[in-house]
Design a protein around this ligand. Structure first.
Ligand SMILES: [Zn+2]
Ligand SMILES: [Zn+2]
Length: 353
């Protein structure tokens, strides 16, 4: 029997720890994927902590329904190694990205194709064992997406940071055609958003980040202008340059980022929030009507959106983001670097690295 190595969450707020078990044998529609790469995402930090920061010292506990040891990691690309007898199309050796936002298949959200919003979900690396490992068990071949000619380094992160950014940009709708959009926060999702916005929209986007290094990277990646939202003049500068914006994506999700986002909106503008940093945001209620403002949250994206994004990327329209490869054994060090803000672009773990 093949062994499966994992960098496991064995206790919340404790370092990951190597565990070794027998590889699961896929049954029915299940597919066993040997992992080539798994991206490290900011939400892995929240999962390791076991809570989300809600602001005012309040926390959302997220330790329930996750038996330990547990395998984090949801930006997976790999190779089909074994498949159950009903796993049609999962030919051995097929190189795939794994759509991780897997639902129960029975609820209204799943019926509507929104498995990412399922309340009884089996999201890989969130509720079911994920990709900080040599192998992952996928419940059905429909979640396997071909990614050639893209590298697994790029295809894995497309399944979370890429998909989150893509869905957020799509949710701006036709507003994104009527002027430049603003992307706030240039972490893994934001820098991917920049790359995707360049592929989707005629005008290059504006960006905002408090980190000068990240602003520099964004300008090198084609942003039209970069602002420091901590600069008290920044809001006025954006408004003066654009007359106010119709579309803003907030990839940070804090009180400060939302204040900046709503502060630069034109009438009829929309903010799409994907970030989970934390804090409490308040605004005069009358401003919703006075500015005809929309604030909308999105959570990753649907399987259909994942296919659209992969089509776009496979056609060569999405520039690859800066990526650093590290061996799986350095999973904890990669998380530590991400927490300390030392990461530009994406880190991917390689089990054989
Ligand atoms: Zn993620
Ligand atoms: Zn469901």
């Amino acid at each position: 029997m093949n062994k499966m190595l994992r960098q496991s969450l064995v206790a919340y707020r404790q370092p990951l720890c190597e565990t070794i078990v027998d590889c699961p044998a896929p049954r029915g529609t299940q597919v066993l994927v040997r992992i080539e790469r798994c991206g490290v995402c900011h939400s892995d930090l929240h999962l390791q902590d076991g809570y989300f920061e809600l602001g005012d010292d309040r926390r959302l506990d997220i330790t329930k329904d996750r038996p330990l040891p547990f395998t984090l990691g949801h930006e997976i690309a790999g190779v089909v190694e074994a498949a159950g007898e009903q796993a049609e199309g999962a030919s051995i050796g097929r190189r795939v990205a794994v759509y991780p936002w897997i639902g129960c298949g029975k609820c209204a959200a799943c019926d509507a194709g929104e498995e990412n919003l399922c309340s009884a979900h089996r999201h890989l690396g969130i509720a079911a064992d994920g990709g900080f490992a040599t192998h992952v068990l996928v419940p059905h071949p429909r979640y396997l997406l071909d990614h050639a000619p893209l590298s697994p380094d790029f295809a894995g992160p497309l399944m979370c940071s890429g998909l989150t950014a893509y869905a957020a940009l799509r949710h701006l709708g036709e507003r994104a055609e009527r002027g430049p959009v603003l992307l706030i926060g240039l972490g893994g999702v934001g820098i991917m958003g920049l790359s995707i916005a360049r592929a989707l929209f005629a005008e290059p986007p504006l960006v905002a980040d408090i980190d000068a290094e990240k602003r520099k990277t964004a300008l090198a990646c084609g942003a039209a202008a970069a602002y420091d939202p901590a600069d008290p003049q920044a809001r006025r500068a954006v408004t003066a340059a654009t007359g106010g914006l119709l579309g803003v994506c907030d990839f940070v999700g804090s009180d400060k980022s939302l204040q900046f986002a709503t502060g630069v909106l034109a009438r009829g503008g929309k903010v799409v929030v994907t970030g989970l940093l934390g804090g409490t945001f308040s605004m005069a209620a009358a401003m919703f009507a006075i500015k005809a403002m929309t604030i909308e949250g999105t959570l990753t994206g649907t399987l259909a959106e994942a296919r659209e994004l992969l089509d776009l990327a496979r056609a060569g329209k999405v520039a690859a983001i800066p990526t650093r490869e590290r061996p799986l054994s350095q999973a904890q060090a990669a998380l530590d670097d991400l927490r300390a803000g030392r990461v530009v672009g994406r880190t991917v773990l390689a089990p054989d690295g």
